[in-house]
Ligand binder design. Structure first.
Ligand SMILES: *[C@@H]1O[C@H](CO)[C@@H](O)[C@H](O)[C@H]1NC(C)=O
Ligand SMILES: *[C@@H]1O[C@H](CO)[C@@H](O)[C@H](O)[C@H]1NC(C)=O
Ligand SMILES: *[C@@H]1O[C@H](CO)[C@@H](O)[C@H](O)[C@H]1NC(C)=O
Ligand SMILES: *[C@@H]1O[C@H](CO)[C@@H](O)[C@H](O)[C@H]1NC(C)=O
Ligand SMILES: *[C@@H]1O[C@H](CO)[C@@H](O)[C@H](O)[C@H]1NC(C)=O
Ligand SMILES: *[C@@H]1O[C@H](CO)[C@@H](O)[C@H](O)[C@H]1NC(C)=O
Length: 388
């Protein structure tokens, strides 16, 4: 099996060399100063934040370092999460195994520089392991296998803090009798009755996902109805769901891509129609073929393009980009009984790395990491060729 992987990886690498002509030379960043790259957040159309072990880098779309920031943490804390909260602020989330997670806020000084804002702040009354922390507007989420907890971010001119809320999305909230196993969440905005709302998709390991409608009041998300996207019932063979991304959504229909823990089944795109809180209809329409490596971390999208990162057990990675005309959520169309399988249109590979950076930039370009501390910007050459 391993030999097959290594062989297929060499073949992939050779194939990728054809693409390399359409990549800029990679840039290597000082691993002693920055540490290994972990994750990233888009700050604007032409600036990105790269969270590394020791510092946060602010880079432009040519991968130049505009500035970098220290991360207040002890040797035993890992900072693995980064998210943009507003046009001028982003957060980094850290945790020591099994203990209180906390956030660090960074606010911009000008277009190229940020500085830490306020102190580090712990999530109140939470001394447990989290899978991830994230946030949108003034709502923060901690994701654990048994629950998603919503907190409120309170920001003043000089300081900020985290407040608890009544909103805990657990098995009781979703009216389940058996324990649930949450793997990730994703959100997308929509307007209903002239109100700004967000569809929250809570991915569940074997069921598929729960959906939660939330309404925005005073910049805070407030859940008001929920239901189940029962993919376990829909598909005959067993699938294990890992993460998701919403391509588009309205109040009653969403077009969602799910990535799976690989067990021979492909990642998939579905249409979910929310008939009522007790009935959600599912239609599958597309499957994403792969080389057999498990999809890893979050799927990302750019317009119609779907990006999925995959890794093997040796931590070699392959970033697949698919060109699929996924219809908008409320479009009327027949879904086929046998879903169409799509092959990636562009593919980018890396030798072993502990984490992986991958994001789309304007002009149909991809930035991906190679071996922990190198970044490369590439053209989506085959995509552009197809679209000509
Ligand atoms: C950022 O890019 C998007 C998509 O290309 C565009 O619609 C938007 O206007 C851009 N925003 C700015 C501030 O340039
Ligand atoms: C942005 O702020 C930094 C830090 O204060 C400063 O060194 C830099 O010159 C500023 N850049 C611009 C374009 O103002
Ligand atoms: C969290 O729990 C651990 C034991 O599980 C304990 O040692 C530690 O002091 C607790 N931390 C806080 C901030 O309460
Ligand atoms: C829960 O999900 C994790 C993946 O996040 C998986 O490894 C584990 O086996 C699941 N546990 C159960 C009891 O299904
Ligand atoms: C979704 O809701 C809109 C407005 O309430 C309605 O017109 C439309 O038929 C609904 N779509 C579906 C698929 O139920
Ligand atoms: C259904 O199949 C037809 C013919 O193969 C294809 O043109 C169409 O795009 C498919 N629709 C979906 C939703 O997959």
């Amino acid at each position: 099996m391993k030999i097959f992987y290594i062989l297929s990886f060499i073949v992939t690498l050779c194939k990728a060399q054809i693409n390399m002509a359409f990549c800029d030379d990679y840039i290597e960043y000082d691993v002693n100063y920055f540490g290994k790259f972990i994750s990233n957040a888009k700050l604007s159309n032409n600036t990105d934040a790269i969270l590394a072990e020791k510092r946060v880098l602010i880079i432009d779309d040519n991968l130049n370092v505009l500035s970098s920031l220290p991360i207040p943490k002890t040797q035993t804390h890992n900072c693995e999460w980064i998210f943009k909260q507003s046009s001028d602020t982003f957060f980094v989330g850290c945790q020591k195994n099994g203990e209180s997670p906390y956030l660090i806020a960074y606010k911009n000084i000008n277009q190229t520089h940020y500085q830490q804002f306020g102190d580090i702040v712990y999530f109140p009354n939470l001394n447990e392991t989290v899978i991830k922390v994230t946030g949108i507007l003034n709502t923060l989420f901690t994701i654990q296998s048994k629950k998603v907890t919503l907190f409120t971010l309170v920001i003043s001119v000089a300081d900020w803090s985290i407040k608890t809320t009544q909103n805990v999305l657990d098995k009781n909230y979703f009216a389940r009798t058996a324990e649930i196993n949450i793997t990730d969440i994703t959100l997308a905005p929509y307007i209903s009755d002239n109100l700004q709302q967000y569809k929250l998709i809570v991915v569940e390991y074997s069921l598929g996902a729960f959906w939660v409608d939330t309404v925005v009041k005073n910049n805070i998300l407030s859940p008001f109805r929920n239901g189940l996207i029962d993919l376990k019932k829909y598909f005959a063979s067993t699938r294990y769901y890992s993460s998701a991304v919403i391509h588009s959504t309205t109040y009653n229909v969403s077009q969602i891509v799910f990535t799976l823990f690989y067990n021979g089944n492909y990642d998939l795109s579905i249409k979910a129609v929310y008939v009522s809180t007790s009935t959600t209809n599912v239609m599958d329409n597309y499957l994403f073929s792969s080389n057999g490596w498990s999809s890893w971390n979050k799927p990302i999208l750019f317009g119609n393009l779907q990006g999925i990162l995959r890794r093997n057990t040796l931590k070699q990675s392959i970033f697949n980009v698919y060109n699929i005309q996924i219809p908008v959520a409320n479009a009327q169309y027949e879904s086929n009984l046998t879903a169409t399988v799509y092959d990636p249109v562009d593919t980018f590979t890396s030798p072993p790395q502990d984490f992986a950076i991958y994001y789309f930039n304007t002009g149909y370009r991809v930035v991906h990491s190679i071996e922990n501390n190198k970044l490369q910007s590439c053209d989506l050459y085959n995509y552009k060729l197809q679209m000509e």
